[in-house]
Design a protein around this ligand. Sequence first.
Ligand code: FES
Length: 314
Amino acid sequence: MYGRITSTRPAADGIAQITIETEQSHRAEPGSHIDVRIPDGTTRSYSVVSGSADGRAVTIGVRLSPTSNGGSTFMHDLAPGDDVNVTAPLQNFPLRVGARRYVLLAGGIGITAIAAMAAVLRRVGADYRLVYVGRRRSAMAFLPELVALHGDRIDVAVDDEGSGLDVTSLIAALGTGTELYMCGPIRLMDAVRRCWLDHDLPVTDLRYETFGNSGWFDAEEFVVSIPKLDLTTTVSPGDSLLAALEKAGADMMFDCRKGECGLCQVKVVASDGTIDHRDVFLSEKQKSADDTMCCCVSRVVSGGRRASVTLEIP
Ligand code: FES
């Protein structure tokens, strides 16, 4: 549907807060996101940080990606009065109201998926803690507003100040009946998932949202070949492997494009680089075998020369 930008402002270093007014009214549940169409015809998903009471406007936070291939650059260039093509708020990270206690954990730009949940839990008088982790304060979006709103229910962990998050202590201190919702870099989420399992906590009480774009290594250009299709193409740092294969004419299967559903799995026949598994679908055992990868988010790196990977697709 049609949307109009009504305001933009910096929310932190490299992060823009953008409010979009839509022609129709739609309620934005906590954990929802909107998809925005960018000029090349593809879409980008952005979590709804807040929605207006009448359902006519949503506010999102957009981090300018150093490897942007159009999405975040386009969003950062928007100005009040510009028109955009957006979806109504879509939900795939729902907050279950009614748990005994909640911990909401946000790392970096992941706060955009968590902020609305915290606001709702505060409003309904739930027992919750908001843990906000960042490298430095100036890069932590909405920090002053969140501190003012959540008072002693927010814990701020800042790496540069030596107060980084101790994941083990956080998880060890949780009692039964606590649900943890998290969104952030894969390293943080992976550490929490491992610790959660080590403490035998119920897996259904750990819920997370991935942005599918943070990995163990910086994105690099690499070459992909699919001999059966007689296809060889280059994947730029700003493109996903899935997008590069689609552009090269391969008929790909996918659904979430965020490393969650596993539908885009491809078989790795050979690689001279390291596979940077960025999904949360494959098990640790499958990832260490390196014979399959979720091509919507995972990549290949070599740390210098250009790596290559040979695939088979279903
Ligand atoms: S499309 Fe869902 S994991 Fe890749």
